[in-house]
Design a binder for this molecule. Sequence first.
Ligand code: ASP
Length: 367
Amino acid sequence: MRIDLPLEDFLALPDTEKVAYIGDRGILYAQQFRRADLDRYNEVADAARKLARRPQGSAFMSGLLKHRMALNFFVQPSSRTFMSFNAAEALLGLNRMSVRDPAISSMSKGETLVDSVRTFISYVDLIVMRHADDDAAATAFWTASRAHRRITLPGGEKVPVPIVSGGSGTTQHPTQALLDVYTLERSLRPVGGIDGKTLLLVGDLARGRTTRSLAFLMPEYRDVKLVFAAPEKFRMGQDVRDFLDARGVPWSEVESLDAGIERADAIYMTRIQDEHDAGKQKGVHEKAEDRFRFTLDHLDAMKPHAALLHPLPKRDEIDPAVDDVEDRRVAYWRQERNGMWMRVAILAHLFRVDGLLLDAASAPVGG
Ligand code: ASP
């Protein structure tokens, strides 16, 4: 439970080894999930969605964690992740606090992240965090493991305050990956879900933490193929390509959306992550090349059952005309709401009330 390694040694471990320390006491890396976990999260998200439809179901859910306090520690821009975690916490009855601006916290006085997290742990039972530093969530997890404070789960197990990454630097966005597989499984349900499908990932794959985390989940599905469409400078990272090779997930690269669209069962668009560019001018954004822009013609070329996802925010990589088309294949708006249900499932699991939620949803009065 307590990580006995010095922080530097813990951070130096490959992510696949850090995962062993995390277990299911936090969410930091997409690699920590197995297929059974993913199926369970999807089931709990569906149960939450069902319970929330009726007053008794929603009252039951909002009683589950009303004795808990969450901190949403988001010191990097966020709309959807921040709001959907807030909404999910409210749906489960959690009390909530947030820290969003480091300039008005003690971090601006030079406090280390370790000390800040140690302080937060004195007041809260959960930290959901977004930070520009790839290692920030791992640092927080290490800190929580070494703090004296423990929370007692139903059944009596005492665990450190859980840490959930809501986006870490350019490398990981594991809860986004969970909501993405949830959206894909639901959208592709008529054709058997994600198994056996081809996913086309488009845009800035080098610095896109969403597509990286999603790719890390793909070995959990049977016979999935990945196709990457990115400008040379934004190619999917070598670490992800090696990970897929080691696990036998076939991947290929194409020069344009056109070259991959007809074989894809899902298209996952992303924006250029130019906030990471040195010397970037405020309010000026790099434009997507035409060959990586999704237009109405691409919608015509998509398979009839395929789904179009985007983690959002989007810019010019999707023609705004696509927003106005009444077409079930355009999934990115419902992907947002799926995120809220998935985050209910994530929180319910961390506090071990997911079983109660499933039972209530399957009881005749629950739904
Ligand atoms: N919202 C997602 C993220 O935080 C995608 C993006 O910003 O492009 O990574």
